[in-house]
Design a protein around this ligand. Structure first.
Ligand code: CTP
Ligand SMILES: C[C@](O)(CO)[C@H](O)COP(=O)(O)O
Length: 254
């Protein structure tokens, strides 16, 4: 295991530059038939635009790389052109791949050299609050090589064996201690060089980037996540996302 500390800004370096990679190339099979998930709308605005705005709301993020559905890069570029986005932020669009992991790698490959910190954020988590984004960036700036926002679980979790017949009962084999479990969200934040090394060396299919860092033997730390950073995965999540947006409009007074 290597040392997780890197020189921090306080130790004399200039503040490292931060870019965000937003994988948005998934189909959204669990959401049901329709356009690719990132292009479906919430309160009339594509989910991807909500996610881009959420990341660009952080003053630390100066570049957002959107990884578009493979045949949808032109459509994503025009969406970024027509929706209001902060002028201080640069945007790049690249076509994605077959898996989330491949899409993130394609986004990383497009990053200009001057970025030292990389956030990876699901387009499917359109409502992450800026405070959560900033908490992740701060933890990386303070020296962690990999940071995940995480929440305690409300349900008890069981480990099961596969069912003997599809849809049949699954034998329960273990009940992990819930107090030590966390549900992890995005954006996950990384020292860029470590994340690139992980994507170049880990060949297993994994469901998040931080687990690739764990496979390198590096330390991943968790910071508090946020309920509103939930992932839009199934149809009911769309209802929840619309409700969160309605509450925000009410709170903002318009
Ligand atoms: N080939 C892929 C697959 C997924 N993603 C992105 O990874 C994020 C998390 O994935 P998930 O929620 O599983 O999205 P989908 O793969 O679209 O969902 P499903 O598995 O239901 O098809 C999403 O923003 C999705 O667009 C991606 O960029 N490229
Ligand atoms: C990266 C992630 O959002 C962390 O919880 C999650 O693992 C993505 O999983 P998916 O099945 O690809 O949506």
């Amino acid at each position: 295991m290597s040392d997780v500390s890197r020189p921090s800004p306080a130790e004399g370096r200039t503040t490292p530059r931060t870019a965000a990679v937003i994988p948005a190339a998934g189909r959204g099979v669990r959401l049901g038939p329709g356009a690719p998930k990132a292009l479906r709308t919430l309160n009339g605005t594509p989910m991807l635009i909500h996610a881009v705005r959420a990341l660009a709301a952080s003053r630390a993020v100066s570049l957002v790389v959107v990884v578009a559905p493979p045949d949808g890069a032109a459509e994503v570029k025009s969406l970024l052109d027509v929706h209001a986005l902060p002028e201080r932020t640069d945007f790049l669009v690249v076509p994605g791949g077959e898996s989330r992991q491949e899409s993130v790698k394609l986004g990383l490959d497009a990053l200009p050299p001057e970025y030292d910190i990389v956030l990876v954020h699901d387009a499917a988590r359109p409502l992450v609050p800026v405070d959560t984004v900033d908490a992740v960036i701060d933890a990386v700036r303070e020296g962690a090589v990999a940071v995940v926002p995480a929440l305690p679980l409300a349900d008890t979790v069981k480990e099961v064996e596969p069912a003997a017949t599809p849809g049949g009962p699954e034998p329960v084999v273990a009940t992990p201690e819930r107090a030590r479990l966390r549900a992890v969200q995005t954006p996950q934040g990384f020292d860029r060089a470590t994340l690139v090394r992980a994507h170049e060396t880990v060949t297993d299919n994994v469901t998040d980037d931080a687990s690739m860092i764990e496979q390198l033997g590096e330390t991943v730390v968790a910071v508090p996540g946020h309920e509103e950073a939930f992932k839009v995965t199934r149809p009911l999540d769309l209802v929840l996302a619309e409700a969160v947006l309605a509450r925000r409009r009410l709170n903002d007074g318009f």
